[in-house]
Ligand binder design. Structure first.
Ligand code: MGD
Ligand code: SF4
Length: 733
């Protein structure tokens, strides 16, 4: 099925950066509403479930006609979609009917990486995986197995490997994405920001986005709320080296020099404190460390920040005043992908401190206190593994605020030169590690050094090419998963259920995990008959039933208070029980207790900072083979400042390759010369430049940024890999 023409026009307009016709809430961002003009796509059946085209998990209604999914719409009852979807969600059929899908289990028959596989039966493949995992367990102990798992479907594999005996469970969404920001908010407020983020955008009167390119990063609910806020005349401040889609809606665009955001944030704090514009009562009641903060930012004036950031001091002052003038409904968005330059926890701390000064934590139009629906656990044995046993840090190295296992750390523990206890086997679920981890050459070296690897995926990817066994999973439209109950403005429980039966020989993750458990003698941890039995047991124990959830897709609690104004008692589970403007925890760990600037990477002549981000139609590399979404955006381009392109003798849209500081050369990519980016930066959308020949649509389209990420700066607080520290020069392709 294709998106209908009208949806595409809306989406294409967004992708092309066109001017947007203001209309009903969210229209100009390309969100789709139920489409009544396309009767040929109406289904005989409508099945509610939730989306997995990205990790936001909006509720969808899938139309089925003659056994095929014809249309996917937003579920109006689901709190995250509210009847709308982003372009990727509406394009889910492009994944379901992708002709390149993995169709049957595959066993490697030649050398690793040569990509020669033999199709085999499920029982042969599962026997092989169980036998190899058993061998690893006997030879090296269970902790020698690592699970890399990204996506909601990974939950049953987590149970499996915990029962097997390993705590080496990780996802790139921590140390390559949101980890630093969560550590920062945890240090400051005693609680993380979570996903979906606890930001009350729709009620905010001023919103500062620091490198959060909402509108290109299409987290549906946030985009809808941002659109509502704009309709209500909220002011937007965008801090970005690139004039993003959101910058087009902003009162202030601060085109900052990469790697200097802490300087800007300190200057904002300086203005708000010096001019006594902060929430005195809130800070006096709830925070500690104001005196140290005042001392710390003394002299960090907008004029000082200008020398670091290149941002006009008047604009710094004016934007600080705008923020403070709207408190507490003034929000500095915590961001999500925050592993930039290794000083990321400190940048997150500065953002958290600003929100504290604005009194916005716990307040309407600020960062609300999420509520969660309670669903009883399955009453079976729960596997436990020893805490702190993960092998993700070299001996003698400690990242004191790493709350989750570091994905690149487990990769490094698989390398031949690793000094500690090694990882010898990988189970990879739903993550293309060759694009997701920095230094992909090291990832390949690690995979070559393993005793065994199994990849569970829906499509071929670069990582499947290096696997010993590939298991084809059913897509999210063909399977049950666990119940989803995140913290949000209203508690809810959402069901993922099959809309159509699995195509080809793909199987749901719960079935694969349970079959492996049985073969490994761990069947007691999967005591249910099938996923329906598992879900029914949990729901009945919670006063509902599977039939009810199958019909509705989502059960939503009544409204409950989510702000201090509505009666939530302020609580800050930090060691002091207060908001910690000054962090004794950081000081005790030998780290700066107040955010400090770290010198940014220096450029030589003809070099650019390499920046990357998202597009409305794509989620990393997982959607770039999707023919439906590919009609809107089939390849990425390289944004370059038009003046700079001319100066270097490049024509407006010629093809170039990028050469990084270590001599690594990218695939060719077309230039997009524009005034909308600083002269010292180039920018591309992440997820393109696939090399796996089995991805017949995506292969060779655009360029990947990952091979150019040969250097990282590691965050000393939580171990995240700052990746925006690589520089490139351009050469004619
Ligand atoms: P994707 O690239 O989307 O995400 O990196 P990944 O977690 O690797 O690849 C997901 C894989 O999951 C694909 O192979 C896809 O086919 C498969 N898949 C999709 N749906 C399913 C399913 O239902 N079941 C199974 N079994 N498989 C499925 C993301 C990570 O990358 C993150 S979160 C961030 S924020 C970072 N972003 C980033 C960046 O922007 N630039 C660079 N250079 N590196 C980055 N690394 C991080
Ligand atoms: Fe799906 Fe878009 Fe929602 Fe992500 S934001 S879950 S892709 S509809």
């Amino acid at each position: 099925m294709k998106l209908d023409r009208r949806q595409f026009i809306k989406v294409s307009g967004l992708a092309a950066g066109a001017t947007y016709a203001a209309g009903a809430k969210g229209d100009f961002w390309g969100l789709t509403r139920p489409n009544t003009d396309a009767p040929q796509t109406e289904g005989d059946r409508i099945v509610p479930t939730f989306c997995e085209m990205c990790f936001w998990k909006c509720g969808v209604l899938a139309h089925v006609k003659d056994g095929r999914v014809t249309k996917i719409e937003g579920n109006p009852d689901h709190p995250l979609s509210q009847g709308r979807l982003c372009p990727r969600g509406a394009g889910g059929t492009g994944l379901l009917y992708d002709p390149d899908r993995l169709r049957q289990p595959l066993l490697r028959v030649k050398k690793r990486g040569e990509q020669v596989f033999e199709p085999v039966s499920w029982s042969r493949a599962l026997d092989e995986v169980a036998e190899k995992l058993d061998r690893v367990r006997q030879k090296h102990g269970p902790e020698a197995l690592a699970l890399f798992s990204h996506g909601f479907g990974g939950s049953f594999f987590k149970t499996l490997v915990k029962a097997y005996g390993t705590g080496n469970i990780t996802a790139p969404s921590f140390a390559q994405c949101r980890g630093p920001r969560d550590a920062a908010f945890q240090l400051t407020f005693g609680a993380a920001v979570g996903s979906p983020e606890r930001v009350d955008l729709e009620n905010a009167r001023v919103i500062a986005l620091i490198g959060s390119h909402l509108g290109e990063n299409m987290h549906n609910t946030q985009v809808q709320e941002l659109a509502t806020a704009i309709d209500r005349r909220a002011e937007i401040i965008v801090v970005d080296p690139r004039f993003s889609t959101a910058a087009g809606k902003a009162r202030h665009w601060l085109p900052i020099k990469p790697g200097t955001d802490v300087a800007l944030l300190l200057a904002w704090i300086n203005v708000i404190l010096e001019e006594e514009r902060f929430d005195h009562r809130y800070v006096a009641e709830h925070a500690i460390g104001l005196t140290q903060l005042r001392e710390h930012v003394a002299g960090k004036t907008p004029e000082w920040a200008w020398t670091q950031t290149g941002v006009d001091p008047d604009q710094i002052r004016a934007s600080a005043r705008l923020l403070a003038g709207a408190r507490p409904a003034a929000l500095v968005h915590p961001g999500r992908h925050s592993t930039w330059d290794g000083n990321d926890t400190q940048r997150g701390r500065a953002i958290a401190i600003l929100n504290a000064l604005l009194g916005s934590w716990g307040r309407k139009g600020g960062l609300f206190v999420p509520t969660k629906k309670k669903i009883a656990p399955y009453p079976g044995p729960v596997p436990h593994v020893a805490e702190g046993a993960a092998r993700d840090m070299p001996e003698g190295v400690v990242y004191p605020f790493a709350d989750e296992v570091l994905a690149h750390g487990l990769r490094d523990a698989s390398l031949p030169d690793w000094k500690g206890e090694p990882i010898k086997a990988w189970m990879v679920y739903g993550t293309n590690l060759l694009h997701a981890l920095p230094q992909p050459a090291r990832t390949i070296e690690a995979m070559q050094n393993l005793d065994f690897s199994v990849v569970i995926d829906v499509l071929p990817a670069e990582v499947t090419g290096w696997a010993d066994v590939i298991l084809p999973e059913a897509t999210y439209l063909e399977r049950h998963d666990d119940i989803h109950t995140p913290g949000w403005k209203r508690g809810y429980a959402a069901l993922r259920q099959p809309v159509v039966p699995p195509l080809h020989q793909s199987r749901p993750g719960w079935w694969i995990a349970r079959e492996l458990a049985t073969r490994l003698g761990l069947g007691e941890y999967f005591p249910w008959e099938d996923a329906r039995d598992y879900l029914e047991t949990r729901l009945q124990a919670s006063g509902s039933s599977l039939a009810e959830l199958e019909r509705k897709g989502v059960l939503v609690d009544d409204e409950a208070p989510i702000t201090f104004e509505e009666g939530i008692a302020p609580s800050f589970p930090t060691p002091s029980g207060k908001i910690e403007l000054y962090s004794q925890q950081l000081a005790d760990a030998g780290l700066p207790p107040m955010p400090e600037m770290v010198a940014p990477v220096k450029l030589e002549s003809e070099q650019f900072h390499l920046l990357f981000g998202r597009a409305p139609t794509h989620t990393f590399g997982r959607t770039t083979n999707n023919r439906v979404l590919g009609e809107v955006m089939a390849e990425n381009v390289l944004w370059i400042n038009a003046g700079r392109a001319k100066e270097l003798g490049f024509s407006r849209n010629e093809k170039v390759t990028l050469v990084n500081q270590d001599g690594v050369v990218s695939d060719p990519i077309r230039l997009r010369a524009t005034e909308r980016i600083r002269p010292d930066c180039v920018y591309m959308v992440h997820g393109f430049g696939h090399t796996n020949p089995k991805l017949r649509f995506a292969r060779g389209k655009g360029a990947a940024d990952s091979p150019l990420i040969t250097r990282t700066r590691v965050d000393p607080a939580m171990g995240g890999t700052g990746m925006n520290v690589n520089v490139v020069r351009l050469q004619r392709a």
